[in-house]
Design a protein around this ligand. Structure first.
Ligand code: GRF
Length: 204
């Protein structure tokens, strides 16, 4: 689990009773609240301060080495707010998941809620995807949609989206753990798709 801050997605995954073991939680910011939560749960909580390693490539090698020490099957980016170097992504490709607060490929990058409101779109949401070298454009595992209301502020919309993030990220991790995700030609196939309804779930 990699994070940089609050760690609410990590918390949602940790509390979802998934058939997984979280072997380590690593933050590039030592003060991240997510690290504190990991310690409270008795998980290995590791701070690797990127400001002490100004060279991104060198930092990412340290980070990748630290991750591999714990031998994870899956690396989960849960609010990890740093762009990863291509070498890092190549090392974990196919076992690196991210959550992004928009319906990709709309609104890659930052300030997604603000931009969604400015565009006047009526449906917004979140996406769990495999990470590739193409920023916020990897194969999509699951998305959830929420309405954009006329009087929404970015914070209100973010809170509505976040509720859905906490639902779909554990679902995606469960599918991965069950070996049900296969990538073909840049698209994710869900094996044994009897639960396909949940792929398209929206806020009720
Ligand atoms: C979430 O909105 C996530 O989509 C984005 O960063 C935020 C992290 O929140 N990548 P948290 O740290 O999981 O609470």
């Amino acid at each position: 689990m990699l994070l940089s801050g609050r760690g609410s997605n990590f918390q949602a995954i940790a509390e979802a009773r998934l058939p997984i073991e979280i072997v380590a939680v690593i933050s590039n910011r030592p003060q991240a609240a997510g690290l504190e939560y990991a310690r409270e749960r008795g998980l290995a909580a590791i701070a690797l301060d990127h400001t002490e390693h100004p060279d991104r490539e060198a930092f990412d090698v340290l980070l990748a080495d630290e991750i591999e020490r714990h031998q994870p099957d899956l690396v989960v980016l849960a609010g990890y707010m740093r762009i990863l170097s291509p070498a890092f992504i190549a090392r974990f490709e196919g076992r690196l998941l991210n959550i992004h607060p928009s319906l990709l490929p709309m609104f890659p990058g930052l300030k997604t809620h603000e931009r969604a409101i400015a565009e006047g779109i009526k449906i917004h949401g979140c996406t769990v995807h495999f990470v590739t070298a193409d920023l916020d454009h990897g194969p999509i595992v699951i998305q959830a949609a929420v309405p954009v209301r006329a009087d929404d502020t970015p914070d209100m919309l973010a809170a509505r989206v976040l509720q859905q993030e906490h639902r779909i990220y554990p679902q995606a991790v469960r599918w991965f753990a069950e070996g049900r995700l296969a990538i073909h030609h840049g698209r994710v196939n869900l094996k044994d798709d009897s639960a396909s309804q949940s792929v398209f779930s929206t806020e009720r």
